[in-house]
Design a protein around this ligand. Structure first.
Ligand code: SAM
Length: 180
């Protein structure tokens, strides 16, 4: 299906749901991986929950920290935060783990959402391993201090692992790279 529609010609700057939906159609994305997702549900504006695989080690950290804290204090902001994360993970494909050594087979996903995860070079390579050839990395603008996600992806493009994709529609905070 062509990604060029009257809508994208007249309004080339799409909102998030429209942008993700156009990508989904253009690249035939049925499984999308969000490493280091935390509790960010941005993808759900365009993808069904069962199409998204979330992975984060935070929940594990929170559980461990929570246990530690409860041993030491009569806390309670933490319990409610823990509950919030637990509720977010419940009902979603939410994997507790390390994106530097994920359990997914090579080429499992048609897309990766990559946003503020402070991945090292090796971790990025491991994330890209799980993406099929021709699949896309959707990069969300770096917000965290010190995060250089875009530079990492540009470097991967210089090494021939990815190429930046120019699209007939744009988003102010999202850019797209394709796995070579
Ligand atoms: C700054 S937060 C960003 C969360 C989300 N991507 C967003 O933009 O709202 C970074 C997240 O990456 C997770 N993270 C960092 N290193 C990780 C690793 N090696 N494996 C899995 N998750 C990791 C953290 O637990 C945290 O949830």
């Amino acid at each position: 299906m062509s990604s060029r529609t009257l809508e994208t010609i007249i309004h080339p700057e799409a909102d998030t749901a429209t942008f993700l939906n156009l990508l989904r159609q253009q690249f035939n994305i049925t499984r999308i991986y969000y490493p280091g997702a935390g509790t960010d549900d941005t993808l759900e504006s365009a993808f069904a929950q069962q199409e998204i695989t979330y992975l984060d080690k935070m929940v594990l950290d929170i559980i461990l920290e929570g246990v530690k804290l409860r041993l030491n204090f009569e806390d309670d902001g933490f319990t409610s935060f823990f509950e919030f994360i637990r509720k977010f993970a419940k009902g979603r494909n939410y994997v507790l783990g390390d994106f530097g050594k994920s359990p997914f087979a090579d080429g499992t996903f048609g897309a990766v959402f990559y946003k503020d995860i402070h991945a090292t070079e090796e971790e990025l390579a491991e994330i890209l391993r799980t993406l099929r050839t021709g699949g896309v990395v959707i990069h969300g603008k770096d917000i965290c201090e010190g995060e250089e996600g875009r530079k990492m992806l540009e470097a991967a493009a210089m090494l021939g692992m990815l190429r930046e994709v120019r699209l007939p529609y744009t988003h102010p905070d999202l850019t797209v790279f394709q796995k070579a």
